[in-house]
Design a protein around this ligand. Structure first.
Ligand SMILES: *[C@@H]1O[C@H](CO)[C@@H](O)[C@H](O)[C@H]1NC(C)=O
Length: 243
């Protein structure tokens, strides 16, 4: 009896403090989000990474990932990310707005690092579908940072696109059964990003042949490290899909 009470108290206390995950595919609940390590390219390198949930409040989350990776400088080692649990399943034609805010900072970083800080948004022809699956039609990346000369999938097809108060270069190319569209900041690091993601969706519907009947299947935000070491703090992140 006494033992189980103590166990319960410990469990409650643990849920209110920072929790670090370190396994290759570990995930943990993070309020309105799920935080995942997703060290999918780990075998291409030597190193390690762990991710810590710092706090959640309503639709906002704060978290940190600490990484160091060597070898194969052109291979992504991981995509530690938070994915919104319910901001999904909305058809682009039904979307009225998709407000998002992301404040982040490199607390430490080696010189140089090869890494991006990015949104990874998945769309498909059905409301539900796992990211990077047979249900995926488009992967829409928004790079708020790309350091060390790294490049997105495919090739640059357009430059100097003004959207959401910033200027972007657009890359496009295939990956497995889906197309990747990557908006890369032409303004350098955007560490305080406030935008309506609908601006990006409208752009690809109007200019890249993306059907407005596509459904948003997942919105993830995180970082793709290639090589170097860093501690990346997301001070605050939120996103919503409004119909
Ligand atoms: C997190 O990963 C980094 C990079 O591999 C490592 O230096 C650090 O010791 C790890 N921290 C924890 C708490 O596991």
């Amino acid at each position: 009896m006494r033992f189980s009470t103590l166990t319960a108290l410990v469990a409650v206390a643990a849920s209110a403090t920072a929790q670090t995950i370190s396994g290759q595919y570990d995930c943990e609940p993070a309020g309105a989000y799920t935080l995942c390590q997703n060290l999918w390219g780990k075998s291409a390198g030597v190193g390690g990474q762990n991710s810590t949930l710092l706090s959640t409040s309503g639709n906002t989350v704060s978290w940190r990932t600490v990484w160091q990776w060597q070898n194969n400088p052109n291979n992504v080692k991981s995509y530690a990310n938070v994915e919104h649990n319910t901001a999904k399943g909305v058809q682009l034609s039904k979307l009225t707005s998709a407000p998002t805010a992301w404040q982040w900072v490199y607390e430490t970083e080696s010189n140089p690092i090869r890494a991006d800080v990015s949104y990874d948004i998945w769309t498909g022809t059905t409301p539900n579908g796992q990211p990077a699956s047979s249900a995926s039609s488009f992967e829409i990346m928004i790079w708020l940072s790309g350091q060390g000369g790294i490049q997105p999938v495919g090739s640059q097809i357009q430059s100097g696109i003004p959207l959401a108060g910033h200027t972007w270069n657009l890359w496009r190319g295939p990956n497995a059964n889906w197309q990747v569209l990557s908006f890369v900041s032409a303004d350098g690091d955007i560490t305080d990003f406030n935008a309506d993601l609908k601006d990006f969706f409208d752009f690809i519907v109007q200019n890249q042949g993306v059907s407005s009947s596509q459904f948003v299947q997942a919105i993830q935000t995180g970082t793709e490290p290639f090589t170097g070491s860093a501690s990346l703090l997301t001070e605050s992140f939120s996103v919503a899909l409004n119909q």
